[in-house]
Write a protein that binds this ligand. Structure first.
Ligand SMILES: Nc1ncnc2c1ncn2[C@@H]1O[C@H](COP(=O)(O)OP(=O)(O)OP(=O)(O)O)[C@@H](O)[C@H]1O
Ligand SMILES: [Mg+2]
Length: 597
């Protein structure tokens, strides 16, 4: 919350992005302050009862005592009600507002291109946003109001003390300042200890995670003992850190308790010693004890909350920062529709770099007529997948232009582009659910019959029959129940049901068994039949079947032509082909059918 100006700007933006945060905030704060103010009624009533009723010269006035007691009781009930209502209102607006903020931020994340939200980075970004918003929620639900209530309580108690007897008030203030400084110091020590615990927990989680996910490798190499020793060592470190932190916390906490006891005792001693000289009544001294309590109680919370406020503020700034990342592949809302029928492609001098990394495509120019089947081949890292992502506008080129059906690709509305152009990625992503659920991503309204039909069309009916319950078989988390090749079969059916006019397909690189290999090859052939298709081929058979082969090397298109011609030409492709043949004749099964050298 430091830096007044920045805080106001941040808060104003947060309220603009998530208006629910600010809704009814005035009343919530008013209730909170009223609830706090009413608490002062008790010490004041106690003082008055003692001084004007109990110690009155005419004896105890019972009615007066009862009346004042009644007022104090009403004040306490009202105070509790006001504070409770204010907390509930705050929790509600924090939950609603932060949920709005979450939706807005994730929506924005979704619209960032593949470039910004890729693999690791996307995971890290999502984790960051999630934990930042959680920090804010924790703060807003009680810390925020605690800060206001605590401050109000401290100020009010101080004011009443000064009014009663400023000399004794000065004694209390000095004590409270020492107490606060002590707490801040304790907290710094504790925070360092907690950080150490967090690091140890992360270490042991990493060791356990590695041991679990690498179980097969661990077993295969007989490394069980060493792995276990490593995990045990990390867990022991974690235990030691946790134990010493808990012990430290307990020691600091009890010394804070001791101090507040000492402060109360000090007030009593000073009050009794100097009270008569200062003209203090017994009622005022007792009221002071109540007030010291009102003052000390929120100090500990305030010190904690200020810290929390700082991390909540930092979290809020980071989350709003995500919203500032411009959407780099925007949907042209007043854009064009693609023309009907098969789509042609025209790529002119396209260059691309990831972020501020090196250029990975260096001026690719190629025309692909409508209806042609094109295979793209090249060594690993030559830029094939990058090219495919540009053709489907998952990213925009750094320079150069891409025309689809004669329209510049960036002027085509997403609705039209996504319904006519299908992309089958190298590592097809499957969502937890059934095979049918996953195919339906291609066309949400597709019926079970249509889905079965899509598999039949790709000649995959036989494969579906081998699954326990056909298209209703669960694929598991990320499709883990299926092999990589099978996952791509589902991805192909997903593209088939979308019935695109341009198909961009990145063949799976993973080695698959020979039967599946045939299935995949057939399915790809059938899927690309009758449409413009650009298939990134990792298998010779796919390249052989294409009308034309584009050969990429180091981010450049270096050769193009039908398979037969390129083999005879004796260039890069011919070399790739020879390698493949060599691999086959030496009988290396793992390299069979793999075009890469
Ligand atoms: N997200 C990314 N960020 C930065 N650089 C990337 C990214 N993705 C790919 N690259 C780089 O771009 C270049 C081309 O990669 P690309 O994935 O297009 O190759 P590829 O031809 O598809 O390779 P493979 O045959 O292994 O699939 C490589 O140098 C790669 O390191
Ligand atoms: Mg690739």
């Amino acid at each position: 919350m430091a830096g007044g100006d920045g805080t106001t700007t941040t808060l104003r933006r947060a309220f603009a992005v998530a208006p629910a945060l600010a809704r009814g905030l005035g009343l919530t704060l008013a209730l909170a302050v009223a609830g706090t103010a009413l608490q002062v009624v008790v010490p004041v009533t106690v003082q008055q009862i003692i001084d004007t009723e109990l110690l009155a010269s005419g004896g105890v006035d019972t009615t007066g005592v009862l009346m004042r007691g009644g007022v104090a009781l009403a004040a306490v009930v009202l105070a509790a009600f006001a504070r409770r209502t204010s907390l509930a209102r705050l929790a509600r607006s924090a939950a609603t507002g932060l949920s709005d903020l979450r939706v807005t931020v994730f929506d924005h994340l979704h619209r960032l291109s593949a470039l910004h939200v890729q693999g690791e980075r996307r995971g890290a970004l999502v984790a960051r946003v999630t934990s930042d918003i959680e920090t804010m929620q924790a703060f807003m639900e009680w810390g925020g109001v605690g800060l206001i209530l605590g401050t109000a309580q401290v100020l009010l108690a101080m004011a009443v003390m000064v009014i009663y007897r400023w000399q004794l008030a000065v004694v209390v203030f000095v004590g409270v300042v020492i107490y606060a400084v002590m707490l801040i110091w304790f907290q710094r020590i504790l925070r360092a200890a907690h950080d150490r615990v967090r690091r140890r927990v992360a270490d042991s989680m990493a060791a356990i995670g590695e041991a679990t996910s690498g179980l097969a490798t661990v077993r295969a190499f007989g490394m069980e003992q060493a792995t276990l020793a490593k995990v045990r060592g990390r867990l022991e470190d974690q235990f030691r850190a946790e134990y010493s932190t808990a012990a430290l916390g307990a020691a600091l906490f009890s010394s804070a308790e001791v101090f507040s006891g000492v402060l109360t005792a000090g007030v009593v001693a000073v009050g009794i010693g100097y009270g008569p000289a200062w003209g203090m009544s017994a009622g005022v001294l007792v009221a002071f004890l109540f007030l010291v309590n009102l003052l000390v109680e929120p100090v500990q919370m305030l010190v904690e909350t200020v810290n929390q406020a700082q991390s909540a503020g930092a979290g809020l700034r980071k989350v709003l920062g995500v919203l500032d990342v411009a959407i780099d592949v925007p949907d042209p809302l007043d854009g064009d529709e693609l023309p009907d029928g098969a789509l042609d492609l025209s790529v002119v001098d396209v260059r691309f770099r990831y972020g501020d990394g090196p250029e990975v495509l260096h001026g690719v120019t190629v025309d692909i007529p409508a209806g042609r089947r094109v295979a793209v081949v090249g060594e690993t890292g030559s830029g094939k997948t990058t090219f495919a992502k540009l053709l489907t506008r998952l990213m925009d080129p750094t320079s150069g232009s891409i025309l689809v059906g004669g329209r510049p690709i960036e002027t085509v509305r997403f609705a039209s582009l996504r319904s006519r152009v299908a992309y089958v990625p190298q590592e097809g992503f499957l969502f937890a659910g059934t095979v049918a659920d996953n195919v339906r991503y291609g066309r949400p309204e597709a019926t079970d019959d249509e889905i079965a039909g899509a598999f039949a069309l790709l000649d995959l009916g036989g494969w579906i029959d081998t699954l326990p319950v056909g298209i209703h078989t669960e694929v598991g988390e990320r499709g883990s129940n299926l092999s990589a090749g099978e996952r791509q079969l589902v991805a192909l059916a997903r593209a088939a049901i979308a019935d695109p006019d341009l198909l961009v397909l990145d063949e799976a690189t993973s080695a698959v068994d020979p039967a599946l290999e045939v299935g995949l090859r057939n399915a790809i052939e059938r899927l690309s039949d009758g449409r413009t298709s650009v298939t990134i081929a990792h298998r010779l058979s796919t390249a052989e079947a294409a009308d034309e082969v584009l050969v990429f090397a180091d981010g450049r298109l270096v050769e193009r032509g039908p398979h037969g011609e390129l083999v005879v030409a004796g260039g890069v492709y011919a070399a790739l082909y020879r390698d493949w043949e060599g691999a086959t004749s030496t009988g290396s099964r793992s390299r069979r059918g793999d075009l890469r050298p």
